[in-house]
Structure formats: C-alpha cells, structure tokens
Ligand binder design. Structure first.
Ligand code: AGP
Length: 372
C-alpha cells in the first residue's frame, strides 16, 4: 500500500533511500571508535577460525556479487585463499572441502534453494558454514554453524539494493574479523578500515543527495537497447551488479566486464553512441589500477562510446574523457563498492520507470527463489 511505501513511488526507491540507515544498522554494536571489532555472535571459536585454510563463498545473483567483492577483502586482510562460486554450480562439481574450510553463504532471504543446497553439501563434507543473512530465523541461518545478520530491515522490492550494501558491510566485517583473530601484518590497516567504516553511512547519504543528474541521464537513455558496464578490481563486481539491475528492471541487454578484458574481445562491441558505464578506482593507493582504467576509457571513447564515468571526488584525470561524470566520496579502495553501486541502482530504477516497467515486481522474477 501507499502507506507502506512511506511516500515513495516504489518500495525500491524507499529501500534505496534507506541505505544509509541500513548500513549503520549492520555496523551497530560491531565496531567501535577505537578501531576494534567485536563479532561475539559468530559462534565459531577463534581457535577454529585460526585453523581455517580456505574460505569458499556461495551465493546467487546480487548476493554472489557481494561474494565476489568479499574475495578481494578476505584475501587481502587474512591472506587465506578464497573462492567464490555460484551456489547453483558449487555442489555439482565435487568441490574440495574439509573441516578447515570456512564456507560463507550469503542470502538476503535465507530461503534460496540453490544456496541452501550448497551449504548442506558443504556441511556434509565437514566444512563450517557462516551465513550472512537478512531474514531472522530463516532456513539458511538455522542450518549454519553461525550467522551474521545484516539488519537491513525487510526488503520488499524484487531487485536487491539495501540488502546488497549491507551484505558488503557484513563481508568486510568477516574479512576484518578473520584478519584480527589471525593477527596478520595488516593489523594497523584493519584498525584504520574499521574506523573508516564508521563514516560509510554518511558517504552513502552524500551520494544519494547528488542523484538528480543520474536520473536525468537514465531518462535520456530509455530508448537504448544495450548498456555496458566496466570496472577493475572491486569495481568489476560493481559493474556486474549494475548490469544485473538493468536486466532485471529495464529488461535491457546489459553486460559487465573487467575493463582489462576489453581488448580480449568485448571492445568489438563498442560503436557510436553506445552508453558505457565505467567504475573508476581511487587514484590514491592503487594508482596503477587507476592509470589502466583511464586508458581503457580513452580506448572506448576513441571508438565513439558515450562514457558515463563514476569516479572519486578530486579525481581530475578522468574528467576529459567523461561524457557524464558521476562523483562519489573518497573511500579506501576496498570499500568503494559501497558508494559506487548506489548511482547504478538509481540509474536502473529510473530507466526502468521511464520505460514504463513496474520496478517492484519485474516480469518473470520472484523475490526469493525457493526452487532449484
Ligand atoms: C537481486 O536483485 C535479485 N533479485 C537476485 O539476484 C537475488 O539477489 C538472488 O536471487 C539471491 O537471493 P537471496 O539473497 O535471497 O539468496
């Protein structure tokens, strides 16, 4: 009903707007100002976590994209090898798992059959399962060894928005916690990032306040057939998520690519006036990545693409090659998906609306997929 939407035209718009609070709620009671993280609710004893020699993340759809980002964070801060797999593929390929494997199952609903089957398979092999879930008491957390709830509040729109951002936060917390428990050489960095996380809700709020040009751009592209998304490093899963949102909501052909793969094939798709969204990593820190993506933007622009560039505030190097520039606040490299995804959600929602689609209930889709 209209009352439930609290004045918004759709649940999706309401849920996009709720993201600063959702992110803050995921962090509540789990981090403090001194840079310490307490996840006592993860009932897997620290001794067991210290013995973990492999992390496997399983999930579907948007939750899988959160998992792809988690891999960068887990491997960096914990130095434990991490695999990420679509839950629907996982158990059918005879994966190698044992008591030292930590499986992280990510699911908003906690009822996705593919993810549930993957976690059952993992537990049968002796692996420990940690669920990252938004729905209290749902099947996936009930069948897991431990659970980290995302506390995003109910997500009604079929397209996941606030659940995704909070899944990311939960993934970062798991990565940082494992790093803290195992005492890697990144101790100081871990403390700094925990502190940075406390500012992330405000950064998301800031992005939401600057979305009018994105909406206008989306409306101007409503007649297009294809939109491509490019990113590198953690920007690659963000590109995949931007493309998924556009497929499910706008029913458009959209694809996400790793920008470095362009020259291995996808660049042949570039033609005059094709909209290409590029997620640009921070020029600070990993500046190599930044330089590489700037040349990718130049390459596609030279071939006529219309570039929609998502870049950090103060990143001037990209400006000359951007037909449309969307600014996001500066964040540590690994945290950038928390701000860079938001414009892509707004873009897809507005474009779908301009095409006359029902954003909360896209055709052919269900909120939770309880069949395999
Ligand atoms: C997201 O926009 C999708 N509707 C879908 O990909 C979803 O993320 C996927 O089905 C997984 O659902 P879950 O998080 O409830 O397990």
């Amino acid at each position: 009903s209209a009352a439930e939407k609290a004045g918004y035209a759709s649940f999706m718009l309401k849920e996009i707007a709720e993201q600063p609070k959702a992110v803050a709620d995921t962090l509540l009671g789990r981090i403090d100002g001194s840079g310490t993280l307490s996840l006592d609710e993860v009932r897997i004893p620290p001794g067991v976590l210290r013995e973990v020699d492999k992390v496997v993340v399983v999930a579907c759809g948007t939750a899988f994209h959160a998992g792809l980002i988690a891999k960068y964070a887990i491997e960096h801060w914990t130095r434990i090898p991490c695999e990420v797999e679509l839950a629907s593929e996982f158990r059918y390929r005879d994966p190698i798992l044992d008591q030292q494997t930590l499986v992280v199952a990510i699911s908003q609903s906690g009822e996705t059959m593919d993810t549930l089957m993957a976690l059952r398979h993992a537990r049968e092999q002796g692996a420990r399962v940690l669920a990252i879930c938004n729905t209290n008491g749902s099947t996936i957390p009930r069948e897991s060894d431990a659970v980290l709830y995302t506390h995003a509040g109910p997500e009604v729109a079929v397209a996941s928005t606030k659940a995704f951002l909070t899944q990311l936060v939960a993934c970062y917390l798991v990565a940082l916690y494992l790093g803290q428990v195992r005492g890697t050489k990144y101790g100081d960095e871990i403390r700094d990032v925990v502190r940075d996380l406390s500012g992330i809700s405000g950064a998301v709020e800031q992005v939401l306040g600057t979305m009018d040009p994105v909406r206008e751009l989306a409306r101007s592209l409503a007649h297009k057939n294809t939109v491509l998304f490019l990113g590198r490093h953690v920007g690659h899963p963000v590109a995949l998520e931007g493309a998924l949102k556009l497929k499910e909501l706008a029913y458009m052909h959209a694809e996400g690519f790793a920008a470095g793969e362009l020259k291995h094939g996808p660049i042949a798709l570039i033609e005059e006036d094709l909209p290409v969204v590029v997620v640009v990593p921070s020029p600070r820190g990993r500046s190599v990545l930044h330089d590489k993506i700037v040349s990718n933007i130049q390459e596609i622009r030279a071939r006529g693409a219309r570039t929609i560039v998502i870049a950090e505030e103060g990143d001037e190097a990209v400006a000359p090659y951007a037909d449309h520039l969307v600014r996001v606040p500066a964040t540590p490299t690994l945290l950038q998906p928390l701000v860079a995804t938001v414009p892509l959600q707004v873009f897809a929602c507005e474009l779908a609306t301009a095409r006359g689609n029902e954003v909360d209930q896209p055709r052919n889709l269900a909120k939770s997929v309880t069949v395999e």
